[in-house]
Design a protein around this ligand. Structure first.
Ligand SMILES: O=C(O)CCC(=O)C(=O)O
Length: 374
């Protein structure tokens, strides 16, 4: 869900010949103020470029009435108590296999840091428009980018959401590159979430029956970027989405969400709300981990509903090395996990190829793994 250049993209041609979607998208992009800017200009109806096609997904754009809920995993005392650790590993294995999602509590990052990070991102999006505008870019060489809809020129309909992204590895942006309004907390949160990422990959390795350092030692896993979303209140939420149905192109994603709600995960063919649990972090498996675990862990569809109320803030940390050097290394199902009963489901490929396919297709609601299945 990062950015692509306008001239590489083909825009959807609308069936109504009087509607010029390209012009509308371009005019929106040129404001450099995103959806928040539209709202500040006083719109009471959402522009047509945000209208999602009426279909299955659309008619279901409502909170779930299911009794099921995403598993909650507690890391309290697991480093000192071996039976608690074994219990947590069992739950992680089950959650990653059945749900691809879980909520993590007692993960070691204090609520004051989480609250301050949410506040910092909100302040970025709500600061003076001219300052915000100066960060608006789709330049892939920039480590800090503010934009609305990563694949704006490709997706059939835009989402009611703006984002600020930080590419943190291999070299952390210099402090001057970071927006002043959230600089200190972005630095602090990034360090803490990086350490947590290492810890979760250790637990994942153990849950898979591998040496604890196995996943952390893979060349292609350890890069990190933050995608910090701002979902403004929407005057016509029934016509659009906050984030349309997708899976993540990462090994793992750690998501910090505020208390507004709206995130849903597709489980057993139903959309299940991921209810905010104060102080928790949501963890989900990305497509690349599904591929290397040969479907022992699954990357599942999720989406965010648009709402009358808002804003909603969320901060996704993606773990995947998309850099040119490492992303050309071969990845495939981990040999130690394969057996006669568990033959490879995917062919060997590279992070680069899987990623290229993911961005090429845009947020079209399909898995990026289909072409790599044997
Ligand atoms: O905002 C959220 O809760 C989810 C965001 C998301 O799915 C993404 O950035 O890929």
């Amino acid at each position: 869900m990062v950015t692509t250049a306008t001239n590489e993209l083909e825009l959807e041609t609308d069936k109504d010949s009087t509607y010029d979607r390209i012009a509308e998208v371009k005019a929106f992009e040129e404001t450099k103020l995103g959806v928040k800017g539209l709202l500040d200009s006083g719109v009471t109806k959402i522009p047509r470029m945000f209208h999602h096609a009426k279909g299955e997904e659309h008619t279901e754009n409502k909170p779930s009435d299911s009794k099921l809920s995403v598993p909650i995993i507690d890391l309290k005392d697991i480093d000192t108590n071996s039976s608690l650790r074994a219990e947590a590993l069992d739950k992680i294995r089950g959650a990653c296999k059945e749900w691809g999602f879980f909520q993590l509590v007692n993960h070691g990052i204090g609520v004051e840091v989480l609250d301050e990070m949410i506040r910092g991102i909100r302040m970025f999006h709500e600061q003076d428009a001219e300052v915000r505008k100066s960060f608006y870019t789709r330049d892939i060489n920039k480590k800090v980018r503010y934009f609305s809809n990563g694949s704006l020129f490709k997706d059939p309909a835009a989402n009611w959401r703006d984002s600020l992204t930080f590419f943190l590895t291999p070299d952390f942006p210099s402090p001057e590159e970071l927006p002043a309004v959230c600089r200190d907390i972005v630095i602090e949160y990034s360090k803490k979430v990086r350490a947590l990422g290492f810890r979760i990959f250790e637990l994942f390795s153990e849950a898979l029956g591998l040496h604890p350092s196995y996943l952390n030692e893979l060349d292609s896993i350890y890069r990190q970027y933050l995608l910090c979303h701002y979902y403004p209140p929407c005057p016509e939420p029934e016509l659009t989405m906050g984030t349309s149905k997708h899976t993540d192109i990462s090994f793992m994603t750690i998501l910090l969400q505020d208390q507004m709600g709206g995130l849903q995960v597709l489980h057993e063919n139903q959309w299940i709300d991921v209810h905010p649990v104060y102080g928790s972090l949501v963890v989900n498996i990305g497509d690349l981990l599904q591929l290397i675990t040969n479907d022992m862990f699954v990357s599942v569809y999720h989406r965010v509903l648009s709402k009358h109320t808002g804003p909603r803030i969320s901060i996704a940390t993606f773990y995947a090395d998309l850099s040119a050097q490492s992303s050309t290394k071969v990845i495939g199902p981990i040999k130690e996990l394969l057996s006669e009963d568990n033959p490879p489901i995917y062919r060997d490929t590279t992070v680069k190829d899987v990623t290229a396919h993911y961005f090429e297709k845009g947020l079209d609601g399909n898995s990026s793994l289909h072409p790599f299945r044997l």
